[in-house]
Design a binder for this molecule. Sequence first.
Ligand code: FES
Length: 138
Amino acid sequence: MSGANTTNIPAEKLVQVTFEPEGKTVKFEYGTMPYDHHGKPMSFLDVAENFDIFLDHACGGSCACTTCHIWVKEGDSGISVADDDELDRLDMAADQQLNSRLGCQAVITKPGNYVVEIPKWNRNYTSEGKPLTLAEGK
Ligand code: FES
């Protein structure tokens, strides 16, 4: 879906998601993204998989690991509230912060602008899903 034409998307239906620290931004029309069968539909993992952005998901998106841990920097009010299963799992995540979520469980519920950061232990990969060692400090 990475080549999707975004010029005709009405502003009120536009979803824009930026994945930090790479600063890669993807855009699509709310309600049109196909489900990639990873995590909950419209979760950040689902978005990442649709656009070939690497977000680790060792358990396949079933809330059974913490490898999809993300920090929500912007757009929190448009994201589903974490349920008890997610909160219990997040307690096991390294570097847990107030804005921590599981990428496979946090669902985008409306159009808008979202910024999430992938913690550094998940950053040793390119945006195309192939392993790559990045220089320290990126
Ligand atoms: S991929 Fe395992 S909890 Fe999200």
